[in-house]
Write a protein that binds this ligand. Structure first.
Ligand code: BGC
Length: 754
């Protein structure tokens, strides 16, 4: 009897049916077998369906409600699909024709979509993707961490990893599983509106932040997506998606390292190609980038998802395909697995296979990876959200604390003539003004409106410090500051002892038509927008002291302010608790410790400007302006002072580098110790310095610590113009200090290879 039962079980297993139903629904089976079993049951249409992504229903319904007749006729522009209503999309989901959604903004909608998918023949759950770039900001009620440029300013990858972990928990609690993050492009051009969602200009720092983000997201049950491959941070005119021409050496030395590091050290589940073309090939149809570099060379094994309508752009914008169908073919053959977003793709894919132009095996390959992700996420077992868990985790005290700590560490004190920290006994009445003082510009891009009780504005944060505060409201809209508002602020400034002016940019997504920074808000001028400069100058002219706080997602060329105002604070976009952090820094409850992850230009004419330039970059310089940046990469002041000594390089490869850093002031403080390397003589030109390591250290007054780094062979190597890795023995200069500025660095010479 026992034998018969066993034989029956074996027979059932071989046919792919077990006591709990089909094998792929049995969680005890290995994922590979579950995928095999499911794939065998799928029709071609169902497999193609897995490659199809659509926007969320609420998003569509909003568009259906608000779109003009022209917009509706134009189709995709606002998430409205030509000839397809949100009800049709629901029906398609229930037929198993859609593999994933993006921008589903509530748990209710996520559960609804999963329920529809559960009605389909094979009950395959849908993946839900979202731009959770610094917290799950498109969802109301989430914890908003500082924008990535601020996260990078912390030089604290461990804390950034923690924020990514918390973001994943909040995403899962509200039904999303796939973060379209991190953005690990190297941002060199401040005109480009997206620099705020990147980690700055340096490959070493961006790599560390990228690895941390991927790890954090994936450890806590979300798929990460490294994007955008590649070089979109140096568009040839500063505008999003403009072409990029670049030699392979520069590409591999400066732009690809974060992707390499992320793949090798954290295995991201997905990647997204860039909008731009690279050397004449749209990134969305570049098999060299996706197949050769990412998959074969680096070992990327995940899903490649197209960016928003960028497969179509291969035909409509780049014009290297005659029509959309040809564009889909190029893109899928080059390695893209998921189409973001909308109809036509499925039909064209099917035709291409029937015509024998696209091998069905390519669809199998894409489908297999998508299913594997769904199995590994546990979606077949539990596809629904848990409202009780959501209550415990979303915007929890622990998450808010991480956001606060990151905001504190992200704030960069650019200039201080001794006025900060503010003395409440000296400045008895303080005026706060400026468009960014009391609004959600502090939230940054990829965030929708948050409940008022969930965030502190900078005005709130200053008030919480217990000073007597007046507020002169000039309105949050940078485009509409009135004469009268400027005059009223100036009058109030005269009656106060000091004014804090909060100016900058607005990347907040909710301010869709007013925003000046963020995605698709590129500028040809990077001074203060509108009348903000006039406001600062008018208040300065009162003769009363002025402190300027910059809330911005991009470097701003505020030379007049740096030259004339006694204190300047770069707050970036510090998130939910950012106002509190700014208040604490201004009044000294927190000693600032952020460092610039991107060089601040003195003038737009200097862009792109970055610290790791080649030796002849400034051989000749401009006749009408300085070559010096406003503030260099790595710069950031403290209320205490630090001194560096005894830089030593010892041992054999990997070398051990030690440097002593001492707190020479009277306050406890944190310093970001930076290690740079220069190849003194090389076959091909090399940058004047490159960051090779960094460490944040806490020092009590008078305390001295020894900081150790290692330099391995890879740190001395570089790619030549032919794309080949070179490791050349010879003289190198090792530098350590608290900024990339030469005068801030101590140096020693070594001979690599001796
Ligand atoms: C952006 C991507 C983003 C996608 C989905 C695109 O416009 O370039 O970074 O993930 O939209 O929101």
């Amino acid at each position: 009897m026992k034998h018969i039962l066993l034989a029956a079980v074996v027979a059932v297993a071989a046919s792919g049916v077990s006591a709990v139903g089909p094998l792929y629904l049995d969680p005890k089976q290995p994922v590979e077998r579950r995928v095999d079993d499911l794939m065998e049951r799928m029709t071609l249409d169902e497999k193609i369906g897995q490659m199809c992504q659509y926007v969320g229903l609420a998003h569509m319904r909003e568009a259906e409600k608000n779109a003009t007749a022209e917009e509706l006729a134009a189709g995709h522009a606002r998430a409205f699909y030509k000839g397809l209503s949100s009800y049709d999309v629901e029906a398609m989901t229930a037929r198993g024709e859609i593999g994933s959604f993006l921008h589903v903004l509530t748990a209710t909608e996520a559960d609804h979509l999963q329920k529809l998918a559960a009605e389909s023949r094979l009950k395959i759950p849908v993946l839900i993707g979202i731009d959770a770039i610094h917290g799950n900001g498109l969802v109301r009620g989430s914890t908003i961490y500082p924008s990535p440029i601020g996260l990078a300013s912390t030089f604290d990858p461990a804390l950034v990893e923690q924020s990514a972990r918390q973001t994943a928990v909040e995403m899962r609690a509200t039904g999303s599983h796939w973060a379209f993050a991190p953005n690990i492009e190297i941002a060199r051009d401040a005109r480009w509106g997206r620099v705020g969602e990147c980690f700055g200009e340096d490959p070493c720092l961006v790599s560390a932040m990228g690895v941390a983000t991927v790890r954090g997201l994936q450890d806590a049950g979300a798929l990460a997506c490294v994007k955008h491959l590649v070089a979109g941070g140096v568009p040839n005119n500063g505008t999003n998606a403009a072409p990029v021409e670049m030699g392979e050496g520069e590409l591999r030395n400066a732009f690809l390292p974060p992707f390499k590091a992320a793949v090798e050290q954290a295995q991201p589940w997905s990647m997204m190609p860039a909008h731009n073309e690279l050397n004449g090939v749209p990134c969305h149809s570049s098999s060299w980038l996706m197949e050769y570099v990412m998959r074969r060379e680096y070992g990327f094994a995940g899903i490649s998802v197209s960016d928003w309508m960028d497969m179509e752009a291969i035909a409509s914008k780049h014009r290297v395909a005659a029509n959309t169908k040809e564009a889909f073919l190029l893109s899928v053959l080059a390695g893209v697995d998921v189409h973001m977003h909308g109809p036509e793709f499925a039909q064209d894919m099917k035709e291409l296979i029937e015509e024998g132009r696209l091998p069905a095996s390519r669809v199998d390959e894409a489908c297999r990876k998508i299913l594997e992700a769904k199995f590994r996420l546990g979606l077949f077992e539990n596809r629904y959200t848990d409202p009780a868990a959501a209550k415990q985790t979303v915007f929890s005290a622990g998450h808010r604390n991480t956001a606060l700590e990151l905001a504190r560490r992200s704030i960069v004190l650019l200039k201080n003539d001794g006025i900060l920290p503010l003395d409440k006994t000296k400045y008895k009445k303080i005026l706060v003004t400026g468009p960014n003082a009391d609004c959600q510009a502090t939230m940054g891009d990829w965030v929708f409106d948050q409940p008022r009780e969930n965030y502190t504005t900078i005005l709130d944060g200053i008030r919480a410090q217990g000073a007597a505060v007046e507020f002169a409201d000039v309105g949050w809209n940078l485009r509409t500051i009135s004469d009268q508002a400027v005059r009223a602020a100036v009058a109030k400034a005269r009656a106060c002892d000091l004014t804090i002016v909060v100016v900058g940019e607005d990347s907040f997504r909710e301010h869709w038509t007013e925003k000046t920074c963020g995605e698709n808000r590129d500028r040809w001028d990077i001074t203060l927008w509108g009348r903000q400069q006039e406001l600062v100058e008018a208040i300065h002219a009162t003769g009363k002291p002025v402190v300027v706080v910059l809330v911005t997602g991009r470097p701003l060329a505020v030379k007049w302010i740096a030259d004339n105002v006694p204190a300047l604070v770069q707050a970036w976009e510090p998130g939910s608790t950012g106002g509190q952090a700014v208040g604490e820094v201004l009044f000294g409850a927190v000693n600032p410790s952020g460092k610039l992850p991107m060089t601040l230009p003195a003038h737009v004419g200097q862009t792109p400007i970055y610290y790791n330039y080649k030796p002849t970059q400034y051989f000749r310089t401009w006749i009408d302006g300085t070559r010096d940046p406003l503030y260099p990469f790595g710069h950031g002041l403290s209320y205490t002072s630090f001194a560096y000594s005894d830089l030593k390089v010892e041992g054999q490869l990997p070398y051990t580098v030690t440097v002593q850093v001492a707190n020479t002031g009277t306050r406890a403080g944190e310093e970001v110790v930076q290690l740079y390397l220069r190849d003194d003589v090389s076959t091909f030109t090399r940058p004047v310095k490159e960051l090779k390591g960094f460490l944040r250290v806490a020092l009590a007054p008078g305390e001295k610590k020894s900081v150790t780094f290692t330099l391995a062979a890879a740190d001395f190597s570089y790619y030549g113009p032919d794309g080949k890795l070179r490791l050349e023995p010879g003289a190198f200069t090792v530098m350590a200090g608290g900024s990339s500025r030469d005068a801030a660095l101590i140096k020693t010479a070594i001979n690599y290879g001796d």
